[in-house]
Design a protein around this ligand. Structure first.
Ligand code: ADP
Length: 433
């Protein structure tokens, strides 16, 4: 599925780039071509005006032999028998070297072609017929294409001032090649880069989806276990309907314990699902964190007694902006864990202190500690270091995941410091109000 999405994304990138490159290429090509053509047209008009300004009529001349194919269109003026050298020289002197002129009759017979331009294949009769004082013409011959500015002379013959299009065509050809090769290279590079980029874009989405799928499968597994245990115990109870509850207290208590576990689990799952959807709206208000921590410590005193652990605290005043219920839940999670894992007759210390930058809550126990490799994973959902032992302690494996979410939703950070056999400290840093 992700491979297909990656290919689709790559194709979309490439298509967008191809369209952009193509658009820019075509637009630049058309602009440059129009520019080159209008430069030719301007030079021809200027040449035509200059020739008009001198009153020298073309001298009849022999039709020059076409130059051999592949030869230059124009050749240096050479002396000819029927040619008026002075008049032609005077006209040519007015023109730049890339401009030529030809005089011809209405039937296309060449009267003068002093630059000896090879006009083979050019239909001069048609040029004469289409001559219009304003419009420039294009004429195609066997040895090249020409742009002509044609005017009719007083004696009925025609004078065409022209330029070969060979150079412009060559320039445009080069431009097309550059655009084509550049476009193909750009496209290939963008396909490669797009493929890499699509992979990078999709990786976090794939990971999120995988972790979501993992979460759903872990959740259903976690829900199934207490349900199975409760059903089995319930079945045992139903086997002997006449027995008293007192005589089957073990099974009755097991059913109740599994139902309790289920309701805690469902509560935790709901919290995380809301957090994932961004629906767990926090009611942020300035609050007395010291009073809140103190209250939790007092409330959990009875639980500490049940565990045979002494719960001590050292609380300095601290005010933060936070959601009272969520912060209470965070402190309960940490203290509850420490009470569960503290050494027999051990001590759990809760401390709240502030420095210039924030408030720091630490919960320390003298329990078994957590190995470094496990420390990275205990904040993951459903991760338990020793799943059977911790489940028997009533844990869902979601407490620290919820604690981490609550801390981060308040702009804080949570960290664990521990070593096997040397106890554990959880530290939560929160910004001050
Ligand atoms: P649980 O509901 O199982 O306690 P948590 O997310 O709160 O789940 O904790 C994840 C795991 O981290 C626990 O199963 C336990 O293995 C480990 N852990 C948490 N707190 C402590 C602690 N204070 N000392 C040792 N291990 C701990």
């Amino acid at each position: 599925m992700f491979q297909r999405a990656r290919l689709m994304l790559t194709a979309s990138y490439a298509a967008a780039l191809a369209l952009t490159l193509g658009g820019i290429g075509v637009a630049s090509y058309v602009l440059i071509r129009d520019d080159l053509e209008s430069e030719i047209d301007r030079s021809l008009r200027a040449a035509q005006e200059q020739l008009d300004s001198v009153d020298i009529l073309p001298t009849p001349t022999a039709v020059p032999d076409p130059t051999p194919p592949g030869g230059d269109d124009r050749e240096d003026h050479e002396d000819e028998e029927h040619h008026d050298d002075d008049d032609d020289a005077a006209r040519l002197a007015l023109l730049s070297s890339d401009v030529f002129y030809v005089a011809f009759a209405a039937d296309g017979t060449v009267i003068a072609n002093p630059r000896r331009v090879n006009l083979e294949g050019v239909d001069l009769a048609r040029v004469a017929a289409e001559a219009d004082g304003d419009e420039l013409q294009r004429a195609d011959g066997e040895h090249g294409h020409f742009r002509l500015a044609v005017s009719q002379l007083d004696d009925g013959s025609f004078l065409a001032v022209g330029r070969s299009l060979r150079l412009v065509e060559h320039q445009l050809e080069t431009l097309r090649m550059v655009f084509l090769v550049g476009g193909v290279i750009g496209l290939v590079v963008s396909l490669g880069a797009g493929f890499g980029l699509a992979g990078r874009t999709l990786t976090p989405i794939r990971r999120a989806l995988e972790s979501q799928q993992q979460f759903v499968s872990d959740a259903s597994h976690e829900l199934r276990t207490p349900l199975t245990v409760a059903r089995a115990n319930n079945a045992l109870l139903l086997d002997e309907p006449e027995a008293t509850i007192e005589s089957r207290l073990d099974q009755a208590e097991a059913v109740a314990a599994e139902l309790d576990h289920l309701s805690v689990l469902v509560g935790d799952l709901t919290t995380l699902a809301r957090a994932d959807e961004g629906r767990a709206n926090l009611l942020l208000e300035p609050l007395d964190l010291a009073a809140l921590v103190d209250e939790v410590v007092r409330d959990m005193g009875a639980l500490a007694d049940v565990h045979g652990v002494s719960l001590v605290s050292e609380i300095a005043p601290a005010r933060v902006r936070g959601d009272r219920a969520r912060l209470r839940q965070l402190v309960v999670i940490l203290v509850d864990n420490s009470l569960k894992y503290a050494a027999e007759h051990g001590t759990v210390r809760v401390a709240l202190a502030t420095d210039g930058r924030g408030a720091e809550l630490s919960v320390t126990d003298d329990g078994p500690g957590i190995a470094p490799a496990e420390q990275k994973r205990i904040f993951e959902r459903f991760y338990r270091v020793d799943s059977e032992r911790t489940r028997s302690k009533g844990g869902t494996g979601l407490g620290l995941a919820i604690g981490k979410w609550i801390t981060e939703a308040h702009g804080g950070r949570i960290a664990v410091e521990s070593a096997p056999g040397r106890g554990t400290t959880f530290r939560v840093r929160l910004p001050l109000a």
